[in-house]
Design a protein around this ligand. Structure first.
Ligand code: PDD
Length: 271
């Protein structure tokens, strides 16, 4: 059923609403086509498995729902938001039995703010990573991310890049990478970061095609301070160069050549 975005469709006792007990995905639409849908779908199924929420929709159904929203809205460039909550049940902390998960989705046209930052580069702020220890699950619980992002906004920065136990993990809604001596560095996969679809494309496809070595290893802010280039990446972000970190210029404060090459290669994939 397709309704307008302001229609009240969530129950008071939806566990997503009361507990953040659910998962989500954001998938980009370019030229009317879904981008990297298979990767988003597989991550969604994994998030559901980790939280023991039954996956009651097939891959085909999920794809059809996305196509329907694209067709009905006529949106050519935008983002589809999908969330699945454990369902509606009287409020209790344990998982309720026999509840049916609830899926809701929306589509919005792409904004223009990131487009200009992709050209000029952006400022980031380092902020403590105050999130839980299952950042690999794309859960609806985003308060740690929200608080970090708000700090960045109040400091006039585009993104907060988070620090846990002295090492850089990821952005509040993006993954973080640096280029140093011709090598791309980023935090390894595990429970401390989200396995970003954009990150995977860069690490597994774009960087190897450009002959750019990748090291997935934790590093600290002083190591990052000596970077030649830095950027954040994500579905909405795509690749945004970082030219200032915590008020210090990255190298000469200009967008780096490797980041530009990565952007160009990424743009070829979405064409
Ligand atoms: N955020 N890390 C975090 C914490 C994120 O929230 C995101 C994406 C990413 C990048 O993942 P991907 O490349 O798959 O988008 C990394 C989405 C877009 C959001 O919350 O809106």
């Amino acid at each position: 059923m397709i309704v307008s975005l302001d229609e009240p469709i969530i129950s008071m006792e939806d566990r997503g609403y009361q507990f953040g007990d659910g998962v989500y995905e954001v998938t980009k639409v370019y030229n009317g086509r879904l981008f990297a849908f298979a990767q988003h779908r597989e991550r969604l199924y994994r998030s559901l498995r980790e939280l023991r929420i039954p996956a009651v929709w097939t891959a085909e159904e999920l794809q059809q729902f996305h196509q329907l929203l694209i067709a009905e809205s006529g949106i050519k460039d935008g983002g589809v938001y999908l969330q699945i909550t454990r369902g509606v049940a009287p409020r209790a902390h344990n998982f309720p039995e026999n509840v049916v998960p609830k899926l809701t989705m929306s589509i919005r046209p792409a904004g223009s703010a990131n487009a200009s930052l992709r050209e000029t580069g952006a400022k980031i702020l380092f902020a403590p990573d105050e999130r839980w220890l299952r950042c690999d699950i794309k859960s609806l619980n985003l308060l740690g991310n929200l608080m970090a992002k708000q700090k960045a906004k109040e400091a006039g920065c585009f993104e907060a890049v988070m620090i846990r136990d002295g090492v850089i993990t990821e952005g509040s809604s993006s993954n973080f990478m640096i280029v140093k001596d011709g090598v791309l560095w980023t935090h390894p996969l595990g429970n401390l970061i989200l396995k970003g679809v954009t990150r995977t494309l860069i690490v597994e496809k774009i960087a190897p095609e450009l002959g750019l070595p990748v090291i997935e290893k934790a590093f600290n802010t002083s190591f990052a301070g000596g970077a030649d280039e830095a950027f954040v990446c994500g579905t909405n972000t795509e690749i945004v160069p970082v030219v200032t970190m915590d008020n210090n210029p990255v190298a000469n404060g200009q967008v780096g050549a490797v980041t530009r090459k990565l952007q160009q290669a990424f743009n070829k994939l979405i064409d």
